[in-house]
Design a protein around this ligand. Structure first.
Ligand SMILES: *Cc1c(COP(=O)(O)O)cnc(C)c1O
Length: 368
C-alpha cells in the first residue's frame, strides 16, 4: 500500500480541459493583475459563502492581516487568538501591529474555548479571531455573545473551512470579516498563492480594496498606507473552475472522515475529534490524538500510509513569540494537541477510502 498524505496533481488531471481553457483565456487577454476575472471570482465566492462582499488578496496571511487593518486594529490593541492554530493567525495580528493574546482551545473539538475568553480580556482588547481549525466551525454563538458584550470585532480565520457550515450557514459569514486562504493544499486551492476576505459591510470591503492596492482607488491617488496584495486573474480563473467542484470534493472528505471514524472508534490510546452540535465540518484535515503519536506515525509510514502533524509546536512556544515570555504548561490543551496530533491522509482524490481506513485500523490495533 502507498497512500500519500495529499496529492495535488489529480485535481489538475480531473479538470484539465477547463483549467487549460482558463489559462489560454487569461494569457490571451493581455491583463495580468486584478481585473474582470478576479471580480467574477469574487462575486462567485461571495455567493457561494452567502455573504455580500469578497475581496481577493495575495494569500491567506494577507487576508487576515488586511481584515484586521480594515477593522482599524493596530498598535496598542490586543486580539484574542486560539492557542492551537497555524501560526499565521497570530502573525496576522502581529503584522497589523497588535498583540495576539492566546486563549486555550477545547479538548473535544480543538477550537477556541469561548468560556475562557473573558478571563483574557483587558481594556486593550479589540477583537477575537476564532479559527475553524481542521475544517470544523468554531463555537460561533458563544464567541459572538462575548464579542457583543464587550463590543469586540470578530475576524474569522476560515483558511481551513471553505464551505463548512455552522447552524446551516457557511463559515465566512459569521464575523465582521473572515479571511480565507487558497494555498494549493486547502479545500479550495489555487495553483499558487491566493487569499480572500469576506464581509457583509460595504465600507469594510471598500477599505480592503484600497488596502490591497497601495491604498489607492484611483491610480496615483493614495489615501491610506496600503500594501501590494493582489490576486492575479490566472489564479482567479483557476479558482472559478475549482469552485464548481468544491461541494462535491468536500462531500468526499466527509465520507473519508466517516470511514475513519467508523473504523477507529473505541481504539485504546486514540482520541477522535468530536463534532459540535451545530457544526458541519468539511475536514480540511482529519486529526487523531494518539498517546504514542510518534510511534504510530512510524508504524503507519512503514505500512505505506503517510501522515503529518498539525502542529508540532504551538505558537506560544515558537521562537517567533519567545518575546511574549510564555512557557510550557501555559496552555495545556494546545500543548497536548501539539504532542499527540496526527493527521491521517484525506483529500478529494484519496483512492479507496474504505481500504485506507481499514489499513489504518489494522496498523493502529496491532501495537509495537
Ligand atoms: C493556511 C492557513 C493560513 C494562511 O494561509 P496562506 O495562504 O498560507 O498565507 C492562515 N490560517 C490558517 C488556520 C491556515 O491553515
Amino acid at each position: 500500500m502507498n497512500v500519500p498524505f495529499l496529492e495535488l496533481l489529480p485535481a489538475y488531471t480531473e479538470l484539465q480541459e477547463d483549467l487549460d481553457a482558463a489559462y489560454r483565456r487569461v494569457m490571451a487577454s493581455g491583463w495580468y493583475i486584478l481585473g474582470e476575472e478576479v471580480e467574477r471570482f469574487e462575486a462567485e465566492f461571495a455567493a457561494y459563502c452567502g455573504v455580500r462582499h469578497c475581496v481577493c488578496v495575495a494569500n491567506g496571511l494577507d487576508a487576515l492581516t488586511l481584515a484586521l487593518l480594515a477593522a482599524g486594529i493596530g498598535p496598542g490593541d490586543e486580539v484574542i487568538v486560539p492557542a492551537m492554530t497555524f501560526i499565521a493567525t497570530w502573525l496576522a495580528v502581529s503584522h497589523a501591529g497588535a498583540v495576539p493574546v492566546p486563549v486555550d482551545v477545547r479538548a473535544d473539538t480543538y477550537n477556541l474555548d469561548a468560556a475562557r475568553i473573558e478571563a483574557a480580556l483587558t481594556p486593550r482588547t479589540k477583537a477575537i479571531m476564532p479559527v475553524h481549525l481542521y475544517g470544523q466551525p468554531a463555537d460561533m454563538d458563544a464567541i459572538l455573545a462575548v464579542a457583543r458584550r464587550h463590543r469586540l470585532v470578530v475576524v474569522e480565520d476560515a483558511a481551513q473551512a471553505h464551505g463548512a457550515r455552522y447552524r446551516g450557514r457557511r463559515t465566512g459569514t459569521w464575523g465582521d470579516l473572515a479571511g480565507f486562504s487558497f494555498y494549493p493544499g486547502k479545500n479550495l486551492g489555487a495553483f499558487g498563492d491566493g487569499g480572500a476576505v469576506t464581509t457583509g459591510d460595504e465600507a469594510l470591503a471598500a477599505r480592503l480594496r484600497r488596502l490591497r492596492n497601495y491604498g489607492s482607488d484611483r491610480k496615483y491617488q493614495h489615501e491610506v498606507l496600503g500594501l501590494n496584495s493582489r490576486l492575479d486573474p490566472l489564479q482567479a480563473a483557476f479558482l472559478s473552475v475549482k469552485l464548481k467542484h468544491l461541494d462535491e470534493w468536500n462531500r468526499r472528505r466527509v465520507q473519508i472522515a466517516a470511514a475513519y471514524r467508523e473504523r477507529l472508534r473505541g481504539l485504546e490510546g486514540i482520541q477522535l475529534p468530536a463534532v459540535a452540535k451545530d457544526a458541519e465540518p468539511i475536514w480540511h484535515l482529519f486529526p487523531l490524538l494518539a498517546k504514542d503519536r510518534d510511534g504510530l506515525q512510524a508504524r503507519l509510514e512503514a505500512n505505506g500510509i503517510h501522515t503529518q502533524i498539525h502542529y508540532p509546536i504551538p505558537p506560544h512556544l515558537s521562537g517567533a513569540y519567545a518575546h511574549q515570555g510564555r512557557q510550557a504548561g501555559d496552555f495545556p490543551v494546545a500543548e497536548r494537541i501539539a504532542a499527540e496530533e496526527l493527521s491521517l491522509p484525506i483529500g478529494p482524490h484519496l483512492a479507496a477510502p474504505e481500504a485506507v481506513a481499514a489499513a489504518v485500523q489494522a496498523v493502529i490495533s496491532t501495537r509495537g
